[in-house]
Design a protein around this ligand. Structure first.
Ligand SMILES: NC(=O)c1ccc[n+]([C@@H]2O[C@H](COP(=O)([O-])OP(=O)(O)OC[C@H]3O[C@@H](n4cnc5c(N)ncnc54)[C@H](OP(=O)(O)O)[C@@H]3O)[C@@H](O)[C@H]2O)c1
Length: 270
């Protein structure tokens, strides 16, 4: 398979690119920090998913490396941590532009090619946060919820053209880089949210640093892509995160919010 992959320079994108390459696929990966070339058998191209010209250039260049695209795997993503009150509209826009509209731009570039081939696979990285909110990650949670809803529509529209859609919903993995998790600019120690924010960010960082193995996730995606029928949702998470999603679906919303709040916001002992 010829696979185009976004966000291939670090984290889950990098691990997924390696697993796909090891499974025998031709991987053409894009990221802003890439220069054109080949590394460990993976083709690197410059790509900024927030810039339409960059998306077009990536696709044109990829088609000169291999004249088709069998799968588009979208891992590019950023996260801005901050209270809803202190995350600026521009910060929300930045996260939406990368995590959601970036996927829209890439899909709109790949769909005509896949339709002409009458087959294709589109894989979009959502998150457990695409299914439930947690404190101080509202921009990311909103963007991933947008991805979830959008993917449900896309799968129905793309089906007659032989194009399958898959959402990957990872739980915490020990892969992400802190440079893609900045704090909202307005957030400071003087904020009325400071103590709860500090607790929540510490729990988020702890869970990610002690999260699941990103190589295992890469291999699971490679295996799923090899199937004739790919699943629409592929949740790759620890048992407690699977449980959190299940509980979120069935418990009353207020009780669920209290449980999540008490997990993330831990009062310091006096
Ligand atoms: N790590 C986890 O525990 C976890 C959990 C759930 C979901 N996810 C999802 O998995 C995906 C990867 O996250 P990660 O935390 O593993 O990786 P990460 O280390 O945060 O890497 C983010 C990747 O996105 C790329 N990127 C950011 N902005 C971009 C842009 N405008 N254009 C093109 N590429 C861009 C970065 O490359 P450049 O800076 O070089 O452009 C980098 O390769 C994301 O969609 C994330 O939401 C991760």
């Amino acid at each position: 398979m010829i696979v185009w992959l976004t966000g291939g320079s670090s984290g889950l994108g990098l691990h997924t690119a390696k697993a796909l390459k090891e499974a025998g696929h031709t991987v053409i990966a894009g990221a802003r920090s890439f220069h054109e070339g080949e590394e460990d058998g993976i083709h690197h191209l410059l790509l900024d998913v927030t810039k339409p010209q960059s998306v077009t250039a990536f696709c044109e260049r990829a088609l000169t490396i291999a004249p088709r695209v069998d799968a588009l795997v979208q891992c590019a993503g950023i996260l801005i941590l901050g209270p809803c009150e202190e995350t600026s509209p521009e910060e929300y826009q930045r996260v939406m532009d990368t995590d959601f509209l970036g996927m829209v731009r890439m899909n709109q570039a790949a769909l005509p090619l896949m339709r002409a081939q009458r087959q294709g696979r589109i894989v979009m990285f959502s998150s457990i946060n695409g299914l439930l909110g947690i404190p101080f990650q509202s921009a990311y949670t909103a963007a991933k919820h947008a991805v979830e809803g959008y993917a449900e529509c896309l799968q129905m529209e793309a089906k007659p053209f032989g194009i399958q859609v898959m959402l990957v919903e990872p739980g915490d993995h020990r892969s992400g880089s802190d440079k893609y998790r900045p704090h909202a600019a307005a957030m400071s120690g003087a904020s009325p949210y400071a103590a709860e924010y500090e607790s929540s960010v510490a729990v988020i960082a702890h869970d990610e640093h002690n999260g699941s193995d990103p190589d295992v996730l890469g291999r699971k995606i490679a295996r799923a892509l090899d199937r004739k029928r790919i699943p629409f949702r592929k949740r790759i998470a620890s048992p407690d995160q699977h449980l959190a999603v299940y509980v979120h679906r069935f418990l009353p919303a207020k009780l669920n919010a209290d449980i999540l709040r008490s997990y993330y916001i831990r009062k310091k002992k006096p």
